[in-house]
Design a protein around this ligand. Structure first.
Ligand code: HEM
Length: 404
């Protein structure tokens, strides 16, 4: 078996016409090429074992942050004292990653997430009750809920939340790798990032003077053995939390409602009172992953399966394909909400495992549970519309009706 593949064939996996159901194409690709050499310096992994190795193996990481000439800097772009771009810890290697993740985890605690539960329930219930019998799940629930929650978590004043949601959407649309990116998304994303950083610089200043109970105040004050977040680190961390935590959660809710509404038993697998919601969340994450791709750089020559990946190569990790690998459990291509939670890579693996997973799971559970309670007979009422993005897989519209 050769591991060399036609890159055009790989890019075609993400073509617009395949968007409603890319999975049969992923399956054929993964069966043939769990590790593929696409070009010199670009590889793709789609098998569960291979993808897990790339995510866990310290031989794979991220390129070092670049030095930026002051003339090339964007307004408001955080740089450190030696002129290196300040990056969020998602794209840093140890020891920088370890240090920053530890600081942020000290502020963003499981307790803080648990305390949000009653408020999330309240927001979800209000949003669902406000919707008419026939409604679009994305507009009514999946889009507003995570923005409200992250704004609440960070302590964003109510009046600013609409602007905040717009910036977040613009940044999330530009997350695709360059070979998949639509040129129209780049400019708005850069502008949104600048507005966001400028806004949070001011809000952080206010919280420094008058701390509240929110995560922003906790991040401003956090210290670990005398170490603190610099202003640049604080600002890129806030941007990361927003980008990583917003549209991914929207897509967990949307992709989940779509899968349930197409299931012969509808929302029944959630249980009368939504008591099986946690299990359903895991199956949605596996079956139709909100984050489909991530990538790493080989830091040294490393074997993945039968293929040697040379140092400096980029490796694209196809999370969506790996999550349908037969090694995840029986009948991997079907959505089975009663399946015992198995292995999946929806939150990544290893040192970069999603820091917001407890919050995402909580929001997913509450959204599905409140729907099961309030709209138990939900069925499709039109054709779902997919977003044109690949890294974040999700819907722009999902019409449903209660009582179909
Ligand atoms: C990392 C997925 C929600 C914050 C990640 C990674 C994935 C992921 C795949 C690892 C990326 C990699 O290794 O390259 C998801 C999904 C979510 C979700 C599918 C929702 C269903 C959230 C939320 C937050 C969050 C709600 C916070 C508010 C983060 C952070 C990281 C991360 C900070 C970086 C961790 C690190 O580099 O150490 N997420 N995420 N995520 N996620 Fe999430």
């Amino acid at each position: 078996m050769t591991a060399t593949a036609d890159p055009q064939e790989f890019f075609a996996l993400f073509g617009a016409e395949r968007r409603p159901d890319p999975y049969p194409h992923y399956r054929r690709w993964r069966e043939r090429l769990p590790v593929a050499a696409l070009t010199e310096g670009m590889f793709a992994v789609s098998g569960l074992a291979e993808a897990t190795q790339v995510l866990r193996d310290p031989a794979f990481g991220h390129p070092e942050p670049e030095y930026l000439d002051p003339a090339d800097r964007l307004p408001d772009q955080p740089v450190d004292e030696s002129g290196r771009v300040v990056r969020a810890f998602l794209s840093l290697n140890p020891p920088d990653h370890t240090r920053l993740r530890r600081l942020v985890a000290k502020a963003f605690t499981p307790r803080m997430v648990d305390q949000l539960a009653p408020r999330i329930e309240e927001i979800a219930a209000e949003l669902i009750d406000r919707a008419p019998a026939e409604f679009d799940v994305m507009t009514a629930l999946a889009k507003p809920l995570p923005v409200e929650v992250i704004a609440e978590l960070l302590g964003v004043p109510l009046d600013d939340r609409e602007r905040f949601a717009e910036w977040s959407h613009a940044m999330a649309r530009a997350l695709d790798p360059p070979f998949l990116q639509h040129p129209d998304t780049v400019g708005p994303a850069v502008r949104a990032r600048q507005s966001f950083v400028g806004y949070f610089r001011e809000l952080a200043e206010r919280r420094r003077r008058e701390p509240g109970e929110d995560l922003l105040s906790a991040l401003v004050a956090v210290s670990d053995a005398g170490d603190v977040l610099s202003e640049g680190e604080l600002l890129v961390t806030l941007t990361l939390l927003l980008i990583a935590g917003h549209e991914t959660t929207t897509n967990l809710i949307g992709n989940g409602v779509l899968a349930l509404s197409r299931h012969p038993d509808g929302l029944k697998p959630l249980g009368v009172d939504g008591e099986h919601a946690a299990q359903v969340v895991e199956e949605v994450l596996r079956y139709d992953s909100p984050a489909q791709l991530t990538s790493r750089t080989a830091l040294r020559d490393t074997a993945v399966g039968a293929v040697t990946v040379p140092a400096g190569s980029q490796v694209i990790v196809l999370i969506g394909a790996a999550n349908r690998d037969p090694a995840t459990g029986p009948a991997p291509e079907s959505f089975d909400p009663a399946r015992a939670p198995g292995r999946h890579l929806a939150f990544g693996q290893g040192i970069h495992f999603c820091l917001g997973a407890p919050l995402a799971r909580l929001e997913g559970r509450i959204a599905f549970r409140e729907l099961a309670r309030r709209r138990p007979r939900l069925t499709p009422a039109g054709t779902p519309q997919w977003n044109p993005t690949t890294t974040l897989r999700g819907l722009s519209a999902l019409p449903v009706v209660n009582g179909g």
